[in-house]
Design a protein around this ligand. Structure first.
Ligand code: UDP
Length: 329
């Protein structure tokens, strides 16, 4: 049965790693996810929970037809370029897609009466954070075009929410990992730059793994990150639409667990879960890496949205990625 438009959610980037998990949870909660994706990195087989429109975020005609056809009241704006290091070599592309793309979408939201806008931002807006644990009041100071492109999009949302009649929720993601617990969805493994999929692949293939620096000011010298399960990210998005923010207002949350793991601790977990040894060596620091990026506790998020992470153990994240790798390879 066709759902009413209030139950339709347009998900930009719905064919990707995070977007597809959001679509799956939306469908499980009775919403009708409509994927809007240019399929540059999305996977057709991930679009299984609702219709798909193939289109670019900067393509006004394609956006018009999607919004006219489905009249969504809610948009999850997830489509973006997300590689910190890559953004330094292609800054114009990052500003174009992440910043101008968000502006283009906001203009369309105003035209088509969208009410709730849930925006995927990043903890990269904090750069080298001045606080041990990052909170909403930690000063922002991105260190690469990726972080800046998202921060500028946030600023545009603050400035335009009232005029566009949008209730805006901004989520600053910490390190998203894990894979669908049912092993239907997950991250790609080709051309990966991220720690967990790289470790899994190195464990299984027996290839050498590089740790980028062990001379940081942390308990074991390797960088600390706040790893959050992709399923919990999707659950936070559902919580945001179940507790909508008044139109014209903006709220923002750090989406992390408030706990950290070092590179060596993640490596240990991968060895434990896979039962395989990793052949690793230490290389010099990677450009742009910060020693520690960890959120404060998630009480604010829990109080506002009733969200609580379900997967709080690093072993759970690794197990799900390992299961997904075994299906994929
Ligand atoms: N890392 C590493 N080797 C790799 C990939 C990542 O040592 O092959 C480290 C990286 O230097 C950082 C941490 O793992 O300290 C997390 O990196 P990732 O790219 O997963 O996320 P980031 O925090 O950079 O967005």
């Amino acid at each position: 049965m066709l759902k009413t438009s209030s139950e339709i959610v347009l998900v930009t980037g719905g064919a990707g790693y995070i977007g597809s998990q959001c679509c799956k949870l939306l469908a499980a909660h009775g919403y009708r996810p409509v994927t809007y994706d240019d399929m540059s990195s999305g996977r057709p087989e991930f679009v299984r929970y609702g219709p798909k429109i193939e289109g670019d975020i900067l393509d006004g005609i394609s956006l018009d037809s999607a919004l006219r056809e489905y009249s969504p009241k809610v948009i999850f704006h997830i489509a973006a370029l997300t590689e910190a290091e890559g953004s330094t070599s292609e800054p114009t592309l990052y500003y174009d897609i992440n910043t101008c793309g968000t502006l283009a979408l906001i203009e369309k939201c105003k035209e088509y009466g969208v009410e709730q806008f849930i925006f995927s931002s990043t903890a990269s807006v904090y750069g080298h954070p001045s606080d041990e644990l990052v909170t909403n009041s930690t000063p922002v100071d991105p260190v690469n075009p990726f972080g800046w492109s998202k921060l500028m999009a946030e600023k545009i949302l603050y400035d335009c929410a009232a005029d566009a009649g949008l209730g805006v929720t901004i989520f600053r993601y910490f390190n998203v990992s894990g894979a669908d617990p049912d092993i239907e969805l997950g991250m790609p493994f080709e051309n990966q730059t991220h720690l967990i999929p790289r470790l899994i692949e190195a464990a299984e293939k027996g290839t050498a793994f590089s740790i980028f620096g062990n001379d940081y000011d942390t308990h074991d010298g390797t960088c600390l990150r706040d790893y959050i399960h992709v399923w919990d990210i999707a659950a936070a998005h559902i919580a945001a639409i179940n507790s909508p923010v008044p139109r014209g207002r903006v709220r923002k949350f750090n989406l992390g667990l408030g706990q950290s793991n070092s590179v060596l601790e993640v490596l240990d977990s991968v060895e434990r879960i896979t039962g395989l040894k990793i052949n690793f060596h230490v290389k010099s620091r990677r450009n742009g890496d910060v020693a520690k990026l960890v959120s404060g506790d998630s009480k604010e998020l829990t109080n506002a949205l009733g969200w609580k992470a379900q997967f709080t153990e690093i072993d759970d994240l690794i197990r799900h990625v390992w299961n997904w790798y075994c299906i994929e390879s």
